[in-house]
Design a protein around this ligand. Sequence first.
Ligand code: PLP
Length: 392
Amino acid sequence: MPLPVSKSHLIGHSTPCYYYDLSLLDATLKEVHKHGLDKGYHVHYALKANHEPYILKKIQEAGLGADCVSGGEIQQALDNGFRADQIAFAGVGKSDQEITLGLESDIFCFNVESLQELSVINEIAKKRQTKAPVALRLNPNIAVKTHTYMTTGLNDNKFGISDEELHLVIEALPNLFYIEFLGIHFHIGSQINHLEPFIELAKKANRYIEQIETAGFTVKILNMGGGYGVNYKEPDNEPIPNFKAFFNVFDTYLNRRSDQEIHFELGRSIIAQAGSLLSRVLFIKERSKKTFAIIDAGMTELIRPALYQATHQIDRINSAKIISNTLKKYDIVGPICESSDSFAQNYSLPVLQRGDLLAIRSAGAYGQVMKSQYNLRPDFPVIYSDELGNQT
Ligand SMILES: *Cc1c(COP(=O)(O)O)cnc(C)c1O
């Protein structure tokens, strides 16, 4: 169990709390550098995965840009050192205020999801007598093997511009004088662990570029989005996703021209494995057919299992007294008044007792950011492995 801070430090710590292993984050960013940035690719970190200032600082210092899906995230990126010209702004429902903030801040690019949005941005830019830099978010209708709540690139999803609508957008573009057309954008889903969807995407991108350039526009920016998955089942076997394989797909399959920039928006793959949710066992409840371990963290701290039926590895990282190393099966559940407030069913762990400390692993992405105050839960502390950014 790789918790590089002294165990005693964690043992005494109040729970629930989030713990971030910054050396793993650094090592992950190095791989992104080596296989992505060093090849001339631009990588924007998707703030929605985790927007803790201390984490953003590390990512910004590593040379990544920012991918934002709200005005709040644009502001958070700017406040934490990202330059405006590194910020891509995506989202299916941008408000007028958010569009204005993007224009005022002079961000790199709006990823636009419909013809109607395009004309609204054109109007707002016109009022401000400026031009809005735009990439069209296309919906390539690619099926992705992931939870249905994590697919975004199918016609049935609310995201992006469909092939039919693209014709209308291409017709309209020449009359939208306050739009600066930069290129195209995709984001086909999240937690994608196979390379095939990305191969299909790269091939489709080539065809879209041909179609759009035949219509008389130059695609300068090609943004392939994010969605690369992590190994939730065996985080210790694969603490860093295989970025070499990921970027290789695009080396191999994109017909990249020297006048084109290739961008990516990675969230989960950068920060998921660096985070753990630490929690203590409150009570053990024996039933005829199962045993519940009721812990002091719930869906208010980590909603992924309740929201997407996501599974996380759970480790018993220490306890005051280790009773035995005999394994026993538990339903690991939280204290929240919802039956979906459960982290694992039939999960084998050494025999647990009240006070045992558990680490719910791979919780760095879409964990802390989705916290809620439901049940009037108090806010929780955050611990960093280097102890410099700790707010405990
Ligand atoms: C969420 C999101 C991302 C990041 O997705 P990950 O699966 O975390 O890599 C990238 N781009 C857009 C537009 C997004 O909405």
